[in-house]
Ligand binder design. Structure first.
Ligand code: NDP
Length: 247
């Protein structure tokens, strides 16, 4: 129970990696507030699974790209849970295509959700963490943000932006006892990668030294470590969890 009595906000907690993080945190004693875009049924299901571990869990429909709405929801969570100790910026989307055919709105949508969304949540929890003189911020980046990936100019730019945001926030808040780190997953089996064709999946598996995609739990265990007391002296770090893809 390494997170006993803590409260975590997990964006995109209704499915995939965010769901696994919310459940791993709940299993380890943390109350969880999960934010989702529209999939209410999935969000409620994650909450009831989390509550089975004996913690408090609530879901909030909240588009992370909406600055005002994220502010309202953070306030609601702080009131309902009595504070926040951990923020996981996980919500993300893809709108892949080569730059040649990428539409302006697809570039903007991915930057707004994947990068500005993280800024919005950090902005609205920042003074709360400062006042508490403690807090853990965990941002989900991607190896695409470290290596680039043909067909993902919008996504890679957003995920590289997450790295800059992470390191900057880490420097700003370190003296206040707040850590800020990123996890860069490789290919992880979720709805996001489920949409890829078998041909693309086979090619991806071929590129991964471990020859298989990771599971959402692989990312959740890393997030759990970063949120735990054992990671108190780690900040501004980007941890790759990718089966060796980046090597
Ligand atoms: P999924 O597509 O499985 O789930 C996405 C989650 O984000 C859902 O909970 C969804 O909510 C939520 N979401 C999407 N848009 C918004 C929004 N505007 N506001 C609030 N919530 C939103 O994705 P994954 O679990 O695969 O990915 C999670 C994170 O990990 C993303 O940031 C992704 O970029 C990153 N990542 C994933 C990799 C992979 O291989 N899967 C590899 C590297 C990084 P709802 O259910 O309501 O739609």
């Amino acid at each position: 129970m390494v997170l006993e009595g803590k409260t975590a906000i997990v964006t995109g907690g209704s499915r995939g990696i965010g769901r696994a993080i919310a459940l791993a945190f709940a299993q380890n004693g943390a109350n969880v507030a999960i934010l989702y875009a529209g999939n209410e049924e999935a969000a409620k299901e994650v909450c009831s699974q989390a509550m089975a571990f004996g913690v408090k869990a609530e879901s909030y429909r909240c588009d992370v790209s909406d600055f005002a709405k994220t502010g309202e929801v953070v306030k609601e969570v702080i009131e309902a849970f009595g504070g926040v100790d951990i923020l996981v910026n996980n919500a993300g989307i893809v709108r892949d295509s080569l730059v040649l055919s990428m539409k302006e709105e697809d570039f903007d949508a991915v930057i707004s959700t994947n990068l500005k969304g993280a800024f919005n949540l950090i902005k609205h929890t920042y003074s709360h963490f400062m006042r508490k003189r403690s807090g853990r911020i965990i941002n989900i980046s991607s190896v695409s943000g470290l290596m680039g990936n043909a067909g993902q100019a919008n996504y890679s730019a957003a995920k590289a932006g997450i790295v800059g945001l992470t390191k900057t926030v880490a420097k700003e808040l370190a003296a206040r006892g707040v850590t800020c780190n990123a996890i860069a997953p490789g290919f992880i089996e979720t709805d996001m990668t489920g949409a890829l064709s078998d041909k693309v999946k086979d090619a991806a598996n071929g590129m991964i030294p471990m020859k298989k995609m990771g599971s959402p739990e692989d990312i959740a265990q890393t997030a759990l470590f970063l949120a735990s007391e054992g990671a108190r002296y780690i900040t501004g770090e980007v941890i790759k969890v990718d089966g060796g893809l980046y090597i």
